[in-house]
Design a binder for this molecule. Sequence first.
Ligand SMILES: N[C@@H](CCC(=O)N[C@@H](CS)C(=O)NCC(=O)O)C(=O)O
Length: 210
Amino acid sequence: MIIVHHLENSRSQRVLWMLEELALPYEVRRYERDKKTMLAPPELRKVHPLGKSPVIEDSGDGGRVIAETGAIVEYLVDKADGRLGAPANRTAALDYRYWLHYAEGSLMPPLLVTLVLSRVPLFGKTAQKRIRPWIETHLDFVEAHLSRHQWFAGDALTAADVMMSFPLEAARTRAGLNASRPATIAWLEKVHARPAYQAALRAGGLYDYA
Ligand SMILES: N[C@@H](CCC(=O)N[C@@H](CS)C(=O)NCC(=O)O)C(=O)O
């Protein structure tokens, strides 16, 4: 059995979606954010030293603890004998690897900076304007890819799509992603319509991005 240490309204939602798609049994331990700071509660540090979410614990693997969404998602692909993993086609497999890393490695950082700046009085708004063009470049890049491909890594859903869901949801909620990028919006709608995605939302509780 896999225990998911899940923080409300967070990146961790992707792990629940992944588990639902793979139909692997899991249990959710929910954590609430501090209402003022929005940080995770200190209990999460007992699970992993960084005190962030997601973290999973796998009793089927001696209680092994895995942190970092990308590492968790790859762990689950292995556990499911490769389902939702890299496609056989070489180009699609390289796309798979690229987008899997791009989600947290390239797209999330400017989105996180803009979120943090939105909470900084006065100087925050001006600084946010400097970041905006970077985000626009990223969103154009994603739109160009999705206007040529059904999914991030070819013609079927993979873990790369799961990884890309949170940054694109966050971009839609707080960084101006809208109908002017129709392929990306269509992809988000297709994701949100999946029964496994909906089941994950029910399992996770509060989530403002879907
Ligand atoms: N790159 C890491 C980021 C983990 C992370 O920052 N998680 C956020 C949730 S969106 C968190 O736990 N924030 C609460 C905090 O920093 O206290 C991952 O994808 O797992």
